[in-house]
Structures are given as C-alpha cells and as structure tokens.
Ligand binder design. Sequence first.
Ligand code: FE2
Length: 287
Amino acid sequence: MSVSVSPPRTPTDALPREETGQRKEAPECVRLVQLTDLHLFARPDARLLGVMTRHSFEAVLKLALSQSVPAGALVLTGDLVHDESAEGYRSLRQALDSTGLAYYCIPGNHDSPPMMETWLGAAAVGAVATRRLGAWGLVFLDSTHPGRDSGRLGDARLAALDRALSVDRSPTAIFLHQHPVPVESAWMDTMAVEDGEALLAICDRHPQVKAVVCGHIHQELERQRGGYRILGTPSTCVQFTPGSVDFAIDERPPGYREIRLFTDGRLQSEVVRLADYAEQANQAEAG
Ligand SMILES: [Fe+2]
C-alpha cells in the first residue's frame, strides 16, 4: 500500500525565520498542543456514543489552531482511529498535514500500529522515541499491550527510557497513552499502565522530567509528584465522568491540552474545551 502525501514536517520547519533566511532568536517558549482519543472512523459521519468523532476532532483542531501564538508542534496520544480503518488514518494524515505543523503520534489500545506506520509515516514514532522541541526533549512511549485495554511498558522500554534520560538532561516532557497512576475511577483504573509505578520511579530519578502526559482517560487529570506533573487530557470527542465507579458519560464538551515549554525549564499547561458543542454523548448508545 503506498501513500502519496509528503512526509510530516520536522519541528525545525516550524521555527520562524527572518526574511533574510536567518533564524530568529529562539522564542522564550514553545507552544505544544496535545490532542487525544480522537476515535475516528472510516465513515466521516460515524458516531461514537452519539458523537460524530470526525466533526468534533475538526472543531477541536480548529480551536487549537486559532490561538494567537502559533503552535510549535502537535502531539497525538493514541486512540486515533476507532475502527482500525485505512480511511480513518488517511483522513487523519490529511487533516494533520493541512496544519503545516510538525506532529507526533503514539498508539492507544484502539489503534493499529501497522496502519499507523503505513498512513502516518515517520510521525508514527517508535516504542521509545525522543525528539527535540526548542530547548526541550520530548519522549514518546508506546504503552499499549496487545490484546488488552490496559497498558504495559515492560522492562525493555523502561530501560530504554532510563538510558535516554541519562544521556539528555534537557527539560523533558514524556507522553504515553494509558494513565500511569490511578484516577480514582474503578472501571477506568482497570485499564491503567500496569507498571506505571516503575515508570514514575524512573522519572523520580531524573530531575529534568517536568511532566508525564497521558490520554486514554477521556477526562482532565492533574497531579504533582516531586518535581513533575502527571497530566491527563479530555478526548476530542466523548468524555468520561471523573471519579465514577462504573462507566459514565460526562457532559463536558470536547477539548485539548495546551502545553507551553519555556527555555528556562518551566512548563505551563491547561485544558481548553470548545465553549459549547451541539452534539451530546449518549450513554444509551453504550449498548
Ligand atoms: Fe479513548
């Protein structure tokens, strides 16, 4: 299967240049946009729990791109396509390419890694991948565990992370799909990263780690652990109710996460949601 679209751009393409061709002085901060749990389908009008996911993703992406400070890159933290369809991934590639930004994609439990490699190319980063964005290091972890909705990193990936963090002491943000800590929601916590504590123990030993950022939970999460934050982000489609023992739909609208990475190592972050969104998720359609 061949892909005719051009390769994703690298982060350096997104940095501003003077008209003379000289690069401008590095900005004080780089703005990163996290989009997660898109759950796209082959059919553009397909719905997940009553929400047309292609439409809600496009609305959230438009909101993220409308901010006054241009984004430096997009990070997509899994559950990109719900039905593992080529058309789902092809349409995602088209939407992301149209932004002109660098973007990075990691898989969730609903994704097909081979399809991601085919349709997203180099943007489908490897199991433990490192990238630079301004003064920062970005680390992407594949936390998926084939055949399961819970996550698992395993000894080899954890060791690779430890090595990467030992080599590069730049301020670092780490991204993965499943949540590495319980979110106090019993049904959701059966699907956490099984060895999440081992991941955080490594982060504890590397003070340059400033944030561990996940998707999967379809809700906002913010915790502080030592010198870094553990952040979770609403889905671009359906939200789950925080603190619920059983599966429950939250009526809050779709959104994304803003992450500002300052050259001095500070990190600012906030969740941004659509002000109002006409389509409501419907628990009756959970089946
Ligand atoms: Fe999801």
